[in-house]
Design a protein around this ligand. Structure first.
Ligand SMILES: *Cc1c(COP(=O)(O)O)cnc(C)c1O
Length: 582
């Protein structure tokens, strides 16, 4: 896939360190990859969304990290994910008509992590002690660094001292942690620029251990992949030289590396993307559209090319087991969760009665989860098997437009009432985002003032993995309406498509990997036009759930187009092919 980008920025890596050839278990499509348990694929991320292992993220970036590691585990790829273990995590409740943030302490010992040792990072003239903890999962592991005052994910502003401290600890501390375990990275994937320091440490290590500085730069560049999830460079926070003097330079051993870094400051300021582009020759975006439109310049002012590798998901985690069984039994997916050669043919056998039967199982799971997650009125929603349920579940941020479906409440009621349909809204407001907190309150007061909407629109607070899963398996229609051009990929729509929900979406992010008529597309020249189209599509979707033939056609069409995109194994293959071509 992603033909458009092939050849744009494609630099094969000739000599990957002196590794043993590792035969991965994943059939003919991935083999002879030059990875070994001692020289693994390393994946660096400030955010991991993996609550089973005690680490709660903020959104898609963390979900992607967790899914990538789990897929690597399933297909036996040597893989180390390096991330912080945050001792505190944020939750939200809806109380007295507004969103309230709560904080919970978390201890890594409660999640099966083992203390490896400690490492030190220099900050503001002090030596900061960090604990290194790890947890192994077959061929993969999570290697985390932590300390009691590490704070929360995304606490403080993005250009603040505390963020820089967290980022420096992950890079410098994480690299030392790898060495403690006797591991050398065969490749370093940087999940966004906040992990830049990991590659910087590697450069510093090579340059201070006798390698010529320019050789060290070339070497580091060839083994580093920068994965971008953002669209505009200008939106990124800057750090000052003064901050780097306190947090970064004291940790660097090599004089030429210090000079190299210092030269990258412009008017005493630096954006991490500019240096990440310098240190990573391999660069990827997270969907075809995103890779094409991400607007980044290197230091010379040249437009940066990104290789498109669309995010997939760990299907074993996100898809109802009964649906996965169907995909496997009917030879729609192979044993690695990759679509089979004739999966489109095989999908034709998926009947509406099977779809309804599978959704009935999902509906029970949704009810079980809703039983302990009351709505904005403190009420427990109990859905019938045949109730039609729309959901909108994603971070409550501006560009995702959680309020678009409420722009004409009269029309919304007109759409829902004839079907006696429910609408479930779930999404966290970013801590401190007053604007979106207010929009949420406004939406819910509009709902409160209408006697139908009041009992059929439900806001469930503290959106998380549990709710994401329950809604994906148990609702019928997913609504995804980002402003076109602003969603990098999005993965919740992938969970919906694979769990046999109808997708109503704007043509954006990973959805735009497919064709516009493979799902219920929302298009319009203005917000009002888009809203009108959305209501139309909602009626179409609700009718389809009452008409077996329409349902079959629409669901099959979505799956034919999107199953290859959704497959996390496909994504990992794409990364391995890009990083370690034959
Ligand atoms: C899947 C998932 C996401 C990803 O959401 P997008 O809006 O599609 O990027 C975010 N949060 C949670 C809890 C998820 O499960």
């Amino acid at each position: 896939m992603n033909d458009e980008n092939d050849g744009y920025f494609y630099h094969p890596l000739e000599n990957i360190e002196d590794t043993d050839i590792f035969e991965t278990a994943i059939d003919r499509r991935v083999f002879n990859h030059k990875l070994s348990p001692e020289r693994p694929y390393t994946y660096w991320t400030l955010e991991l969304y993996d609550q089973e292992n005690g680490i709660r993220g903020g959104g898609g970036l963390g979900i992607l990290a967790a899914d990538t590691r789990r897929v690597a585990e399933q297909v036996d790829v040597p893989f180390v994910l390096i991330t912080p273990f945050y001792p505190s995590e944020a939750h939200q409740v809806w109380q007295d008509g507004k969103i309230v943030d709560l904080h919970r302490q978390v201890n890594y010992l409660d999640f099966g992590f083992r203390l490896v040792d400690e490492v030190f990072v220099k900050c503001c003239g002090n030596l900061c002690r960090l604990e290194v903890v790890e947890k192994q999962f077959k061929s993969t592991r999570i290697l985390a660094i932590t300390e009691p005052n590490f704070g929360e994910l995304y606490s403080g502003l993005s250009g603040s001292d505390h963020r820089l401290y967290q980022e420096v600890c992950l890079g410098f501390g994480g690299y030392q942690a790898l060495k403690l375990l006797g591991l050398k990275p065969a490749i370093m994937q940087l999940n966004e620029v906040a992990t830049f320091f990991a590659a910087l440490v590697r450069l510093d290590e090579l340059a201070s251990n006798g390698m010529d500085f320019y050789e060290a730069v070339v070497y580091t560049r060839k083994h580093t992949l920068y994965t971008n999830h953002t669209l505009v460079q200008a939106a990124e926070a800057e750090f000052s030289l003064e901050q780097f003097e306190r947090f970064v330079f004291p940790n660097l051993k090599s004089k030429p590396v210090r000079k190299w870094l210092k030269d990258k400051f412009i008017d005493g300021k630096i954006r991490l993307s500019s240096v990440t582009i310098e240190i990573a020759e391999l660069r990827s975006g997270v969907s075809k559209l995103h890779a094409r439109v991400a607007n980044y310049r290197d230091i010379a002012g040249e437009r940066v090319k990104f290789k498109a590798i669309t995010n997939g998901i760990d299907m074993e985690k996100w898809i109802l087991p009964e649906i996965m069984k169907h995909y496997h039994d009917d030879e729609i997916l192979d044993e690695y969760d990759l679509p089979t050669a004739n999966y489109s043919e095989k999908l034709k056998a998926l009947s509406s009665s099977e779809i309804l039967g599978l959704k009935e199982i999902g509906r029970r799971i949704l009810n079980d989860v809703l039983a302990h997650r009351p709505d904005q009125n403190g009420e427990i929603l109990k859905l019938e098997t045949n109730d039609i349920v729309f959901d909108f579940k994603r971070r409550f941020v501006d560009y995702k437009r959680p309020n678009l479906p409420f722009s004409d409440p009269v029309r919304l009621r007109e759409v829902l009432e004839p079907f006696n349909a429910h609408y479930i809204l779930a999404g966290r407001v970013h801590t401190g985002d007053e604007r979106m907190a207010k929009i949420l309150s406004e939406v819910l007061s509009v709902v409160e003032s209408d006697d139908y909407l009041k009992t059929h629109v439900h806001y469930i607070a503290d959106y998380d993995e549990e709710l994401a899963y329950a809604l994906s398996v148990g609702s019928n229609v997913a609504i995804n309406v980002p402003i076109v051009g602003l969603e990098a990929c999005g993965t919740s729509w992938e969970k919906d498509v694979a769990n046999l929900n109808l997708l109503i979406s704007t043509h954006d992010g990973g959805v735009a990997d497919g064709s516009m008529n493979s799902y219920l597309n929302v298009y319009g020249a203005s917000d009002a036009e888009e809203a009108a189209e959305l209501y139309h599509r909602m009626e179409e979707a609700a009718s389809a759930w009452q008409n077996g033939f329409d349902l079959e056609v629409l669901i099959q069409k979505q799956l034919v187009e999107f199953l290859p995109v959704v497959s996390g194994t496909r994504m990992l293959n794409d990364y391995l092919d890009y990083l370690l071509p034959e």
